[in-house]
Design a protein around this ligand. Sequence first.
Ligand code: BTN
Length: 248
Amino acid sequence: MYLQWLKKYHLLIFDEIDSTNSEAMRLAKSCVEGDFIIWAKTQTHGRGTNGRKWYSGYGNLHLSILLDRNIEISKQPQISFVSGLALYDTVYKIARNTSSQHMIHLKWPNDVMLNCKKLSGILLESCTIGDKKYLIVGIGVNISSSPNNIDQDSTNLLSEVIRTTDDQVLNLLLGYFDKYFKLWQERGFIFLRQQWIKKAYKIHEVVTINNGASRISGIFQDIDVLGNICIKSAGGQIIKMNSGSLNF
Ligand code: BTN
């Protein structure tokens, strides 16, 4: 087993917790030193993006990576791309050993899609205490169960006949997270962005982005150097958005 990552993090494991991101936030507020992995078998108040609840069934992976690395606030959203690429490679590696062909995509800004259904989500949160900037990367992966969402189809690895365990997913994921984090540091976001775009869901297709305040429809053209989505409207205008949910 590839457990190199264990040397780099303090590891906290919980059978049940409110939310691994909330625990990471409590640790950050107490000004801890070093990077932490907070891993829970289930969460009673798992949180998703835009204030949504995150279904946290036993057997699924719920973890938060607390980074004590003073990452500039403007660059923090880039870590969502680092995490997405790490999740992509993890799922690819596990799915490769199965008899069927699977489609894996990264959906802007921070979902992983398996066979066109949501498999995994990322919730980034940050905390600044004095001159210390912490970043929390919360990751949920549906391994053996998933919610019946009305707004978005979701799936889990078992339903797609991909057999694995939470510890195997965790182990691969943290190895790949390390790899992409280093690439981000050494080669910058421009390089990661190119990798990410190759795996993007619905690129060059018509999409609608809803950010609460507005809804924009058009062709998903690109991701810019800041991680914004670039949409070409029917009138040919390029509209950029830095947050929102992507629909079709
Ligand atoms: C999304 O809405 O897609 C993001 C979901 C993020 C869920 C994970 S599970 C581990 C961590 N703890 C939380 O409360 N949320 C994140």
